[in-house]
Design a protein around this ligand. Sequence first.
Ligand code: S3P
Length: 441
Amino acid sequence: MPAGAIAKPGQALKGIIKAPGDKSISHRAIILGALAEGETHVTGLLRGADIMSTIGAMRALGAKVAENDDGSFTVTGCGSAGLKSPKGQVDCGNAGTGVRLIMGAASAYPIKAEFTGDESLRSRPMARVLDPLREMGIEAASAKGDRLPATLTSSGTLKPLDFTPPHASAQVKSAILLAGLRTDGTTTVRETRLSRDHTENMLRAFGAEVSARPKDEGQVVSITGPVNLVGTRVNVPGDPSSAAFPIVAALIIPGSDICIENVMMNPTRTGLLETLAEMGGDIRADNFRKSGGEVIADLHVRHSNLRGVNVPSKRAPSMIDEYPILAIAAAFAKGDTIMEGIEELRVKESDRIMATVELLRRNGVDVSESADGMRVKGGGAPVGGGKVTTYHDHRIAMSALVLGLAAQRPVEIDDAAMIATSFPSFFSLMETLGANIELAG
Ligand code: S3P
């Protein structure tokens, strides 16, 4: 039986916490470190289960990853020797970003590798990366519907690709760029909407030349191979997608006043902050500084009377993981909040439109869904009292618990275990702020 948790309404949140390491940047630090020549020293790495899966996968492909006494990590990359075929299956757990980026990176080498993951990951579409990789020259045999397990066979001599992804996806962009690292020639990804740019930025930090030209609302990104990456130092900034949970909790619990330090402010990730500001959220950023090539800041958040807004669909890529927690904020706002152009939510760790709508309805919130969106009718603290099915999805689990902290009655979740994939310190940090969340069992 998975262990659940229950969040109870109670006192205002107060205090200062530090955001945990960014999941996207943590994956990339391990993967690029594993490809590079020499050592990469990583501080601030997220110690989430997803990142541990990526570490396990890169070890299976030949890299060395060691944890140091001070909590930092040293990756000894394969460099010119290249990645090697693993002995058994490469199990990427729950990590969609991990498996998609690693399949791209592994394709650049003469390799045969079978990739798999947990039940949630095995249900997610992989054609979005396998199809372009096939165009570059790999063979991929996968489960029905191009799902995992998938066995990739590559000669290690790929053709460069010029590709326009059908939807904004940093995972797809990154998989193709990584596969292009060892080709002779230029691999190009034409994004019609800008997705998070951490791969481009980090490739540069590892010595690669990456060209990125803005075009309309997107960009054209190119890399000319072969590229030899050189190990470097990476300091992982705090994750805005994790900070989102205490931020919304403070906005909706009366009397709250908190500070979250170390939050990455990369504009490809700040869509939620923009939306919450439009809703009337009292969020102030100060102490802007640079860390690991990214701008970070401390965020001061106070309880606010929110109003419903229409979230522009072009903002979706910059807040793609934040819609479930935005929907919680929307339930407390005055008026309707309309979210459109978010069909990608249906293929995340769960169908997040379905799961969010169900979680809100079980707690008395009036919400409707369409194929590519949701509309939440706000109006004061919802009744709560519901038991929420999390569908093995960490962000659904945390969103439901935040709702329970401010609803009229407690909110229970069926399974709290998945929270460790992205935010293992969620319970202790929320407790520091004064939240009343109990783990069952
Ligand atoms: C991520 C990209 C996003 C996001 C995921 C992390 C990344 O997915 O949902 O949690 O690190 O590249 P898509 O790029 O597929 O939208």
